[in-house]
Design a protein around this ligand. Sequence first.
Ligand code: NAD
Length: 384
Amino acid sequence: MINSSNHTDSRRQFLRQAGLAAATVAVAGPAGALPLGAAAPLADSPRKVGFAIVGLGKYATEQMMPAFKESKHCKIVALVSGSPDKAQRLAQEYGVEAKSIYSYQDFDRIKDNPAVDVVYVVLPPALHAEYVVRAAQAGKHVLTEKPMAPSVAECQRMIDACRKAGKQLMVAYRAQFEPFNLDAIARIRKGELGKLRFVTADHGRQVSPTTDKADEWRVVQKLAGGGSLMDIGIYSLNAARYLTGEEPVEVSATESTDRTDPRFKEVEDQVHFTLRFPSGVLATCTSAYSIEGVKRFRAFGSKAYLDLDPATDYYRHRMVIGNADGELTTSMKEGNQFAAMLDHMAECAQQNKTPKTPGEEGLRDIKLILAIYESAKKGRPVKV
Ligand code: NAD
């Protein structure tokens, strides 16, 4: 359904010109709809796919663990934590057996736990590689948080370990399972905006290490691997890639950081970067750690533009499509992107299928992020 925000005549004219009316119904999927290209749905399975959660921090406990309750095929069966009290409390809440609580030191014992099919790594980025490799060596499929790891070598080590073990590796790019984002991609592919010409994508927030424990590692280079670009600029970058459906051939970037701000002794604040795609499409992207929250993108075509603002939030996305004749706000049921992503991982584990966002997808972003840093440092475009 489309709700007009402008005059009816202008809306009709716009609808006719942009050919949007019919398309909206077709692409607005049900809540939690599987993404385009996802593995076939699992048949009703008597046993849910068992997940071990590694790292019981803010994102794991506040977003991802509650999402298991809304997933169709997933169950938390083990916890890995440095805090036994926290682990015991969460084990009770999620029905995890006491013998399936592990410390980081004895994590490798998980190989003897047949209830665990998938290990989900929700640690600071610099720790992802170690736990992904140990999980693969324990014979488990792996889901890891973004950014995959701070270096190309670590990403490759993660891919190689999972390949050697014959296990699937997926990077948790939740936006690629979120219905508004999937709708935006479908509209662009169908040509509803005309010929895509450029994309802008912005991600920023205030990083607050003194008041938010989850931000402490974000300002430490050896744990985060970088500043705003690694942590949230990756959403701008990944969106530019999935909206265009192309891989950049050149990046250019500039950085601005107030090094007198105690938050930015080690990591950068702002990065502005441009990606050049083979078709001639340009994407202008930003990331910042010193502004009020923004998580948005806009795709500009020859006939219309599409705004998603917020684009990569947890809930309450808002899409507007417009041209000179007016704007249309689309309404669609919010899906649970977290549960959709978990169910996709479960299907890939059960069917041993390559995930929609495999290790190679995470590696591609890391190569580009490192090229963006290089361009900012050298002050010139870098071919990729
Ligand atoms: P957090 O600090 O709340 O959680 C990190 C966890 O790792 C904590 O439980 C901490 O105790 C544990 N840990 C183990 N060893 C550690 C060490 N040496 N140093 C610091 N922590 C250590 O952070 P978070 O915001 O929950 O982020 C965790 C991961 O989730 C990161 O990879 C982050 O990028 C990702 N994340 C993803 C999203 C998303 O929307 N996809 C959102 C937030 C965070």
